[in-house]
Design a protein around this ligand. Structure first.
Ligand code: THU
Length: 142
């Protein structure tokens, strides 16, 4: 049986959404002008933010989700309760394919991804819905 992600409280979700929306202001996106903010809630109750960071060599740019997860992992976090992603568009944008695979490395199938639109509305999907039948560390031989 895959591990079940710990539930998020209403208070945690409120903070998570505010921080993801605020993180959009840290986006470095002079080329696309498409701001993305992200915030992860760690199993230990900490919030780690990220934003997209673009580059003049366009493919080198990094998405908000990978900035947030990379920051969290390097800070020593390995278990996570939820992710929020915020953009300025409506309906809400969902993580790109590369980010889905990146997030999958550190999360369980039931891990919730909250996607906020530019008006504060959101939709939520689990990692298994975003990346079904996925490949992860558990598939590699020990
Ligand atoms: N972007 C993200 O940060 N996250 C996603 O999941 C989708 C796209 C960024 C990458 C680029 O800086 C801009 O949005 C436009 O694609």
């Amino acid at each position: 049986m895959p591990p079940i992600t710990s539930p998020v409280t209403a208070q945690e979700l409120e903070i998570l959404s505010v921080k993801a929306i605020e993180a959009k202001s840290q986006a470095y996106c002079p080329y696309s002008k498409f701001r993305v903010g992200a915030c992860i809630l760690t199993e230990s109750g900490e919030f780690v933010v990220g934003a997209n960071v673009e580059n003049a060599a366009y493919p080198v740019g990094t998405c908000a989700e990978r900035v947030a997860f990379g920051t969290a992992v390097v800070a020593g976090h390995k278990k996570f309760k939820a992710l929020a992603v915020a953009t300025d568009i409506k309906p809400a944008a969902s993580p790109c394919g590369m980010c889905r695979q990146f997030i999958r490395e550190f999360t369980s199938p039931s891990f919730p991804v909250y996607m906020y639109d530019g008006e504060g509305g959101y939709k939520v999907m689990t990692m298994d819905e975003l990346l079904p039948d996925s490949f992860g560390p558990d598939h590699l031989p020990k």
